[in-house]
Design a protein around this ligand. Sequence first.
Ligand code: FAD
Ligand code: SF4
Length: 538
Amino acid sequence: MIIQNSETTVHEADICIVGSGITAAMMAAHLAEHTTQSVLVVEAGKPTTAFRDRTRARERFLAYGESPWKADHLDDQNAFGTTWGFSPSMHVGGLAMHWGGVSPRYSPEDFQLRSLYGVGSDWPFSYTDLDPFYQEAEERMGVAGEQGPPALDPRGKPYPLPPLPINYNLAQLQQWAGKADIATWSTPSAKNSVERDGRAQCQRCDTCYPVCPTGAKYSPDFTWDALMAAKKITLLTQTLIRRLEADAKTGRITAATGNRTDATGAPVTVRAKTFVLAAGFVWSPHLLLLSRSEAFPNGLANRSGLVGKYLAGHRNVNAYLQLPMELLPGINAQHSLVSKQFMRPGKQSRYLRHDLRIWESSVGREPRLRDDNETLLFGDALLKDWQQRAKGATARVRGYYDVLPDKESKLWLDNTHTNRFGDPMPTMAFKDAPESAALREFQEESLRDLFRRMAKAGGGEILRMENSANDLGQEHPTGGCRMGTDPMDSVVNGDGRAHDHENLWVAGAPAQPTASCCNGTLTFVAVGLKTAAAIAKG
Ligand SMILES: Cc1cc2nc3c(=O)[nH]c(=O)nc-3n(C[C@H](O)[C@H](O)[C@H](O)COP(=O)(O)OP(=O)(O)OC[C@H]3O[C@@H](n4cnc5c(N)ncnc54)[C@H](O)[C@@H]3O)c2cc1C
Ligand code: SF4
């Protein structure tokens, strides 16, 4: 229902979800199936490049390097202090309009780091508790995967889609990894290995970044379009929520208020019984901090002082190896092998967990316009040079390793940067917990050792090794509203409900206490679905 008055537009719904990213999309789909309550989703940005326009957007990207995503951000809504671990995308579908779709699960150890290894934090639930929500996430977005050895890759039910095929290149690399005693399998991905939901089978055309022209790769707009066509939700775009208002006595959230991000800048109020913050890892804690008031001077949900704290993520060590085998460069180079062997180590004297990914790589084998003598190459000469350079094989290997977050790994309101409405923007500073900082050299050297061992096992050599490009942030960032059982040590409970506000929930990435050592989005969504199930239950 919309109530118009002279000052502000007021929207009313049973459930208000702030943000329209992948976590929100999956939660809205769950709520639409499990409750009769009305759901209103509020998104700061616009819809951007529709599915029907993506083939052309891809053509222009390939021909001119033009971004296929028009209008995917708000110029004045930015986080500072980090160049990595923050993406300014604000549009319908959020960051997952750009994502690669790689969807591994965390390992059971992730939920019990303190109990098993004496580091980091335990989560308030186990891998087994999350397994049904992982399954639901995989089924809703359509994850194609191969069951790894169950001891390394436990799951309650099979993957919804058969795996993306291991092509000739990956089959060769799989044999090579086997020589170093490493079991690998097809990396799970939210990409159609067979036609599904009216979307094409993956054509292996290799532009998953930045855009999939066929719809084989899942993106949240598909879910929003289906929910809106079935009239299951209302999606309010170009509306930035700037404050949540809480009753001073009960702590209940009474309204979300903000403004249109179009030229009018008009004020908007949303009244609802339940509020869900699914605005991603930066903007969810930011909004809670912005919502300070006389009754809640430190912002909402912040009795513990931990809103914006314990930002988490992981780093990687990466290597390119030359191997004595023939690979065919450029054949679905975005698909890879995965191993979880090192995510499930037994008890060990020094803490190290990492994932392992293997790709065919064109590094050192690309076509070039000038030869070693700087002479320009044309036509047949260029082709001949390339054919020669394309012989042999290069593999890329990468291990993400855990970085345990420090309490002072944090985001705060910074008055030196403001948006068009005068709101302070967030500044972030990632920091390793001392126990993690002390392990860093050992962890990175162990990964380099592993890569040397792998090269040797295959009679190859290391071409180049590198660490994560940048210390200012971390990959697959999480945190800022960590979950836990103790209200003095956490912001939300194990279902994502704020300890301090009975009708406020924080969904997905910001609620996570730690960030594992693999791509995180599948887990953000699974955690969000656990929250949606608790909301639906009432
Ligand atoms: C290039 C790229 C490749 C990636 N590849 C992978 C991959 O292969 N695998 C993987 O696991 N992850 C990948 N990721 C990360 C992944 O995309 C994100 O983890 C995921 O999309 C986060 O989803 P979310 O729902 O938590 O939040 P977001 O996508 O950040 O969505 C939050 C939404 O809330 C909106 N919002 C925020 N504040 C407000 C407000 N106050 N009012 C109204 N709306 C608001 C934002 O505009 C945004 O649309 C990739 C990311 C990028 C950029
Ligand atoms: S390889 Fe092509 S079709 Fe397959 S997911 Fe990537 S972009 Fe889409």
